[in-house]
Structures are given as C-alpha cells and as structure tokens.
Design a binder for this molecule. Sequence first.
Ligand code: URA
Ligand code: CA
Length: 430
Amino acid sequence: MRMVDIIEKKRDGLILTQEEIRFVIDGYIKDEIPDYQMSAWLMAVFFQGMAPEETAELTLAMAESGDQIDLSKIDGVKVDKHSTGGVGDTTTLILAPLVAAVGVPVAKMSGRGLGHTGGTIDKLEAVSGFHVEVSEQQFNDLVNENKVAVVGQSGNLAPADKKIYGLRDVTATVNSIPLIASSIMSKKIAAGADAIVLDVKVGSGAFMKEMEDAQALASTMVEIGEQVGRKTAAVISDMNQPLGYAVGNALEVKEAIDTLKGKGPADLHELCLVLGSKMVVLAGKAESEHEARAMLEEVIENGKALEVFKTFLSAQGGDASVVDHPEKLPVAEYKIPVVSEAAGFVEGITADKIGTAAMLLGAGRATKDSVIDLSVGIVLHKKIGDEVKKDEPLATIHSNNESVSESAKKILQAYKISNTRPNASPLIKG
Ligand code: URA
Ligand code: CA
C-alpha cells in the first residue's frame, strides 16, 4: 500500500477500505507517514467527508493506538458523558453523584487540560483533601462500593488522536465533522465506557455555531457508537450563554452543591435531568426517560444524591463538610461588580468571552504548566431575557488581585443588551 494512492482515492471522493484507514493511522503513529502526506490526506477528508463505515474505522484505529481502559471488574453498565465544550459547564460534578444515587456506576477518568476554568478534577480539588491519584484496584473498589469515583487520567489514551489533532490545528482541518466526531469518540472508547451520552453544544460560545452542524456532529457520533457496539445518545443544548451562573472552580463546586440540593440555576438543573435521564436509560436502570427523570428528581428531593456526593468526597479523602458549609471552599479576596453601561434586556452572553474573563483572573490554564487559582471566577447576575438598568451589576468578579480591568472589559463585551425583550430560546434544542 502507498500513502499517495490513499490520498488520491480520498481526494477523488472514493470510500477507503478498513485496511487503508488502518494503514494511514498506524503509519502516521510510527512516523512512517510524514506530516506533509498526512496533511494532504486530512485536507482531502475535510473536502470529501467520510462515509459512516470509514468514520467508525478511523475512530477504532485511533482508540486502539494506545492504552485502553478495562472497566470490566466494575459491575453494571458503565455510562460516560461528554460535552463538546461549554463555559461554566458544571454538569459532570452534578451528574456523577446524581446518577450514582439511582444505581448507575460512574467510573470517570478526567484530564486536567487547558481551558477557561479547570477540568472536573481541578474543580474537585477545591474540596480540601480530595485526591485523584488512586490505583486501578482502588478505583474499581470505589466504584463497586459507592457507585462513583472520579480520578486523574493515567495511561496514554488515543495517542493517534493527539498527534493528528496537533496537525489539524496548524493545517486548517479541525473543523470537519468526521474528524471531530472520530476524535471525541476515540477517547471515550479508549476510556472504556459501555455507553456514552453526548452533550453537543450549539451557539455563539460553542464549536458548532449552527443547528445544522450540531445535528450533523451529534448524529455522526451516535452512528460511530452504534457501529462500534457502544450504546450512544446525544442531546443538543444551547450555548448562547454560559450554563448556570458560576464560572470558576470553587464557585462551580458551590453551584453543583446547590443543584444537588434542588436549589441550583434552572438551566443547569434541567440539563442535568435531561442528560442524566439518558444515562439512566442507557444503563438499563429505567425503561423510559420519563421514568428515569422521576427517579432522578426523587433522589434530589429526598437528599440521596447529596448523600452520595458526600460519600464520594470522603472516600477520596475530601472534606465532605463543605456540602453543608460551602463557605469552607476557597474564597477570593475581592468581589468586584461589573455594571451595565446601558439599560435594556440581555439578548446574549458570548460564553467564550466570559470564559476568557475567568481565565484572565487565573481560573484556567493558559499553558499546561500554569497553576490554577481555585477561588477566582465570575458569578453572573443577569441571563438572557433579564431586564437590566444602567449601572446595575451584570456580574461579580471574584479575584485575588484588585486590578481586574481586562477581565471586566471582556465581561462587558460578552453581554449584548438590546432595547426589546428577546424571545426565549430553548435550552434543549434537539
Ligand atoms: N474536541 C476534540 O476532542 N476533538 C476535536 O477534533 C474537536 C474538539
Ligand atoms: Ca456554571
């Protein structure tokens, strides 16, 4: 087989065989295929797309390029959840104890990564004593005992995706649905989930700005899941504003606790129930989403979800008393309001600008060696549809530095204020 022939075949819009796709991925990982040929192939895929069976094979080839986590010693159907990237997205922190409380095992490995705020692992470290380094044996035992554990990622998952993503980033080939779908799914499959629930974001703050693209990405990922034997479901949700009110690590932990108490922001609460219901159904714990939702509402209502959260924190060394005393979480020194320059109605809040504002305060990592300040972030006071007066606070900055003008500027840029009340836009779009 020759790479040049495979590039030509894809350039001309033909469908590659399984052997040809394996040849490309294996050859690239072994440095037998140079970057320039891989770049040409990626560009051909960008323009010609891929058939479902090609996308599935690409996903498997990347999933099998490194370590594959074996969760078979954990009882039950392990369901993982993935979001295509939101700002202030606290859903994992809430969903893990929530679905565990109805008996769905949550065996989550999370990376730290780069981003506007830390990942789930960083957020949990805002709870004093919480640790994420446990042995494989301990991890299995924790999930079997408590139904939930969240640990740091060990091992080398989908290295082919990592190498290819690096190349896509500099060859203008990131924005291709089969490439994004296979990239995301390869990592989920390598992480060992039996079933996967996807939250595909659409809107100004998301990868996918248009509904049509979000739908195509969602259905491509669900199809990959089906082709490779993992039950997969997807939800398309709005990202025309950040989810909930809090953006920042400790601030989001507090928001997660509120939501587990049934007192969280309406949008965050609703999204958790929608995603959680799908997880419960895929895990075989309920017949319908309707039944699953009632189960989840019950464990919020009767406090069981909160109890599971406490047990989970303690089991990994964390101080579970933060649940009843959230003031024990790291607190920033300064609280600085950002006030509106105009009167009107909030029409939109560009989520990634709010994310950047949080990152400027130190809530996220700019490079992989940056140290996160867990206490800082932003709490929004106004969301889409809310009326705002001139000089009324739109948000509060939580900072350990008195000068926050850059961050405040970003927040003001993020808010779009109009003279008329906008039509409500649904949270769940598909
Ligand atoms: N996220 C991923 O993991 N991969 C992509 O290609 C795009 C977003
Ligand atoms: Ca939030």
